[in-house]
Every structure is written in structure tokens, then in C-alpha cells.
Design a protein around this ligand. Structure first.
Ligand code: SIN
Length: 345
């Protein structure tokens, strides 16, 4: 847990959030299930498909999101589920078109701090990420404390500084895979306690009006992706404040370990440098991300983020780790180069 500020001020005491909490529900079937597993229509439309790192991140060059047909949209969902995040540059898509594209993937989600029901406006930040109780630049999965945390999430940058304000995305599928079998087994039996309390306090104290009260919610610490059937950590230091099954000090040490595991994972990470018109489309279920603050004029950074509700996180013990999936591909003798993996196309 990175936030230790209580911030319980008169303003917080006086504040009443207008909306009730959201109850868990079953969202529409993930559009990736409708995709051609080869993703032929989407990939054929790209001038270049550039995998940016082995574990996470693919850039599709020469594709306009505004021009995708229904089949290509579904295939994009599958590519995002497999690669964690897919990037585009020089997009001509308008805000209205972004809302429509988001709706293709499910029911539009609303962050508790989101003013417009259809998108969050993302801004520049100059906070000190090393300061006491400053969690704004910390790794997170967007509002993971909800009953149905977001699945596919799209951020389109409208304006960006010449340098600064990059975003880092880390594969939680690979993070889980890199743990020892003993830690994997232990973590599969645990639940993270996700809390929005500190964000709520910070938000009210900063003069915003979050429309839902703060909440704490337990989710499996290891979740199964419904489409890829791969196991992934579902941890993030911005919102996970406790481990339900552990005693206090046990949880603190485990959370410290998890934070270090995440922050040390340079090999499982992609760092994206934005330009106006760049888009990142990521799977919030299996990716942690953080926007790097400071060192630039924050008024020069603005983006629009849209997202859809995901399923309630679940853990299926019969799902696979990434290594198990790789090994299976090899055992099936498809050959190293053509192993039909979710991580190589
Ligand atoms: C976010 O946390 O969803 C926004 C990421 C960014 O500002 O780059």
C-alpha cells in the first residue's frame, strides 16, 4: 500500500456522494470470443505489426481505428487480450467515434471521479511520486475496487508535451508467471483487498465531487482471463491495501514483496511515448500501468479515456500460467517459431 494519508478533513466529513455503489453483474460476452483467432482481417489492414517487447505491447502501424469493420474490432479485442496493450499513432478518430467504438466492446464504465458519463479527461501531472502518501503516479489497474473493474480501456491523447508524460504498462500475466511455483500456489489461495478510500479523500480534499462513496472490495489475487484462459496477478499498489487471508504484518510484507516484484519488472514492461493522436488500448484485467509525472508543462498533456465494465474477477484453478501454455505449444510439436501462443503472432 502506498497511500498512508488519512486526510479526514471537515470537507470530507461534510461530503455526501450522490450515487449508490454498483452491484456485481454479468457483462455482455467479451467481443474477443467472436474474433477469428488468426486475426486476419485486422492484421492484413496494418502496414506493419510491431511487437514492442516479448511480453507486452504491440503497435499497429497504418491502421485507423475510425475505419475498422465489425470483424476487425473483435480481432482487436483479441489482440489486446493477448498482448496486454496495443498502440496506434496518428489517429483521426473523434471523441464521438471513440465513444461508439468503446460501446462495441461492452457497457461503458464510469470511474467514480468521472464527470462526463462517457469518458475521463486525463491531464498532465507534476506530483512527486517519492513524496509521503503521494499515490497518484503509482502503478494501478483503473478503479480495481469496483465489483466489475474495467476490461478494455482506451486512452487517446489529444495533446502531449514534446517530452515527459510517458505511460508504463506491465504484464501481470508475465508477473505471475515469473513467481516460483511455491509463491504461485500461495497467491492463488489469496484475495487482495482493493480500496478507494484514499483516492476518495484526496479527491474530495482537492475540491472534486466523486459520485460514489469509497469502498473496499475483495478480489482474487490471481485471476483468470476469460478469453486467453491464462493466470495473471491481480495486484496493484494504488488500490490493494490488504490481503484478506493474512494477518497484519504478513499482509504488509507480502504487499511490499508484490510492489517490489512489480517495480523491478523492467523485462515485462513497455514504456509508451505519446504524441497527439496516439492511442493505447489495454486490458485492465491483466495490465498494471502508471503515468510518469513531472519535468514538463502539465497543461500540455490531455487525453480522453473510455472503458467498458469487465466481468467480476474470478480464478479458475484449471487455467494455465504463461509457461505452461508455452510448454504445451512445444509439446504439441508446432515448432518454436510457430508455437500458437497467445503471445506470438
Ligand atoms: C490512467 O491512469 O488511466 C491514465 C494513464 C495516463 O495518464 O497515461
Amino acid at each position: 500500500m502506498s497511500a498512508t494519508l488519512t486526510g479526514i478533513t471537515e470537507r470530507v466529513f461534510a461530503y455526501r456522494a450522490p450515487d449508490p455503489q454498483l452491484e456485481v453483474f454479468e457483462p455482455p460476452k467479451d467481443r474477443a470470443f467472436f474474433a477469428d483467432p488468426e486475426k486476419k482481417a485486422l492484421l492484413a489492414a496494418a502496414k506493419q505489426v510491431r511487437h514492442l517487447t516479448p511480453y507486452i505491447g504491440t503497435e499497429l502501424i497504418g491502421v485507423q481505428l475510425s475505419q475498422l469493420n465489425e470483424a476487425q474490432k473483435d480481432e482487436l479485442a483479441l489482440l489486446v487480450a493477448e498482448r496486454g496493450v496495443v498502440f496506434f499513432r496518428n489517429q483521426d478518430i473523434t471523441l464521438e467515434q471513440q465513444h461508439e467504438l468503446t460501446k462495441h466492446y461492452g457497457i461503458q464504465d464510469r470511474d467514480p471521479n468521472q464527470q462526463d458519463p462517457r469518458h475521463v479527461t486525463i491531464i498532465g501531472r507534476d506530483n512527486d511520486i517519492r513524496a509521503y502518501g503521494d499515490f497518484a503516479g503509482e502503478y494501478h489497474a483503473d478503479h480495481s475496487h469496483e465489483a466489475n473493474p474495467p476490461a478494455y480501456t482506451m486512452l487517446r491523447m489529444v495533446k502531449t508535451p514534446e517530452f515527459g508524460g510517458d505511460t508504463i504498462f506491465t504484464s501481470q500475466t508475465a508477473l505471475f508467471d515469473k513467481l516460483s511455483p511455491s509463491f504461485q500456489k500461495l497467491f492463488e489461495s489469496l484475495h487482495g483487498v482493493h480500496s478507494s478510500e484514499h483516492q476518495f479523500l484526496a479527491s474530495v480534499n482537492a475540491g472534486y465531487q466523486p459520485f460514489r462513496a469509497p469502498q473496499r472490495r475483495e478480489h482474487p489475487l490471481v485471476r483468470t482471463h476469460p478469453v486467453t484462459n491464462l493466470k495473471s496477478l491481480f495486484y496493484n499498489p494504488m488500490f490493494v491495501v490488504h490481503i484478506a487471508e493474512l494477518k497484519g504484518q504478513e499482509a504488509i510484507h507480502t504487499l511490499n514483496f508484490l510492489r517490489e516484484h512489480l517495480h523491478a519488472a523492467d523485462d515485462l514492461t513497455v514504456r509508451w511515448k505519446w504524441e497527439p493522436g496516439s492511442v493505447a488500448f489495454w486490458d485492465n484485467r491483466v495490465v498494471a500501468h502508471r503515468a510518469l509525472p513531472g519535468g514538463y508543462d502539465t497543461s500540455l498533456r490531455e487525453g480522453k479515456r473510455t472503458a467498458i465494465f469487465g466481468e467480476a474477477p474470478f480464478f479458475d484453478p484449471s487455467s494455465e500460467t504463461l509457461s505452461e501454455r508455452l510448454k504445451k505449444g512445444k509439446d504439441e510439436q508446432v515448432g518454436d517459431e510457430t508455437v500458437k501462443l497467445h503471445f506470438s503472432n
